[in-house]
Design a protein. Structure first.
Length: 399
């Protein structure tokens, strides 16, 4: 924690955090990584003495200093249904209502900033931001998901920072990426040199929500995420063919049918809250054989918080989150994956070490100091007495 003397000498910073428009900031939507980060952000930054204003849907549980409801849950539900019809004009109203309650529906289906839901959300958000934003020297708007809230902020005299980039369309001057891999990719795509006000902070977790499990089911290997080809589900099918004595569980949003081709592959519907810890802790290993450049891979860290080793591809965020042969194995070939699964079954990993390492690296109250540094450094750009990059004061604190 920051020493009280230091805290008292610094001005109070207010962070404005819009919710993900198509979810509610509650445990029920924690399977959406961006919603989970919004939910944890308030308590995390309040622990450093920041004010946090959350703008979302009625019944949100944001842990913010002030929670500003932009619409009722009933209004939000109606707009979600209208958005499904807008996305697919062939859907009847009744069919859209049914689809809206389908737990297997991939939540990012709603991720379109031109939809009726997002348009109305931003219209109301813009009004509230103008009421509560004090000025550029003290306030930041923290954007949690690409250009989702641009209609609310465009033209307003506010400082904005993209606060957790794990998407392709980042575009603001101030950016915080989930991994160095993802920042490097973005620099390459945009043909830019490294930027002083681009930062990397890993995803953060309430580590108390995940419990160490030292007695997993000996032949259960899990998957947690979107059930689709790019997440590596076909790789899991190939592993299952070679290891018929092992049970492979596909848990998450999406259609599992194309991947349920082997008798030892089973499906588990999406889970949230404490169920995630129970499930991940019950697995002898988690498979994350992602085929694309994964920005971070939240389930990989969640599994490690339970002591569960992760068997994954050797690129993207996992190259930074998985310690080779210690907290899991990063693989390239089918034989690599099968070898690693068998090592996990044989008890080759120290689950207590895996848990302790993950807590030390990803606990949200430890990560809070990194955000503290970034936000104070950014605001120096807008404080004349600080003179931006030339400020005489560093906000780095060795704790």
């Amino acid at each position: 924690m920051l020493h009280l003397g230091i805290m008292a000498s610094r001005p109070t910073i207010r962070l404005h955090v819009p919710a993900i428009p198509y979810t509610i900031t509650r445990d029920e939507y924690s399977h959406d990584a961006y919603t989970g980060k919004v939910k944890r952000f308030g308590p995390m930054m309040r622990s450093r003495g920041f004010e946090v204003y959350h703008y979302g849907i009625e019944t949100s549980e944001s842990g913010a200093t002030q929670q500003i409801d932009l619409m009722t849950k009933e209004e939000w539900t109606v707009l979600r249904v209208k958005t499904l019809q807008w996305l697919d004009p062939t859907l009847s109203y009744e069919a859209a209502i049914q689809k809206n309650t389908d737990s297997s529906l991939i939540i990012s289906t709603f991720s379109n900033w031109s939809s009726p839901l997002v348009k109305e959300f931003n219209k109301r958000l813009r009004v509230e931001l103008q009421k509560h934003y004090r000025g550029k020297a003290t306030d930041l708007v923290c954007l949690p998901l690409e250009r989702m809230h641009d209609d609310a902020i465009n033209g307003l005299p506010v400082v904005v920072v993209e606060s957790g980039i794990g998407y392709d369309t980042s575009c603001k001057d101030f950016r915080i990426f989930e991994s160095y891999s993802w920042m490097s990719k973005t620099l390459g795509i945009e043909k830019k040199s490294p930027q002083n006000y681009w930062f990397v902070i890993p995803n953060f977790y309430d580590t108390k929500e995940f419990k160490l499990s030292v007695s997993p089911i000996s032949n259960r290997v899990g998957f947690l995420g979107r059930i689709c080809d790019v997440k590596g589900c076909r790789v899991i099918v190939e592993i299952a063919k070679r290891m018929p004595h092992v049970e492979f569980v596909l848990c998450g949003q999406g259609n599992p049918t194309p991947f349920l081709t082997e008798p030892n592959i089973v499906y588990k519907p999406p889970i949230h809250g404490a169920e995630r810890s129970d499930y991940l802790g019950s697995c002898v290993a988690l498979l994350a054989p992602t085929k694309y450049l994964e920005p971070f891979g939240g389930s990989v860290v969640e599994a490690q918080l339970c002591g569960t080793p992760v068997i994954t591809s050797d690129w993207g965020g996992m190259s930074e989150t998985v310690e080779q042969f210690k907290s899991g194995v990063r693989c390239h070939t089918l034989a690599d994956y099968c070898y690693a699964v068998q090592k996990a079954i044989d008890g080759a990993f120290d689950r207590t070490y895996i848990r302790e390492r993950a807590v030390a690296k990803y606990d949200m109250f430890l990560i809070a100091k990194d955000y503290d540094y970034v936000f104070r450094s950014l605001l120096d750009v807008f404080r004349p007495e600080k003179n931006g990059w030339y400020s005489p004061d560093s906000h780095l604190v060795m704790e």
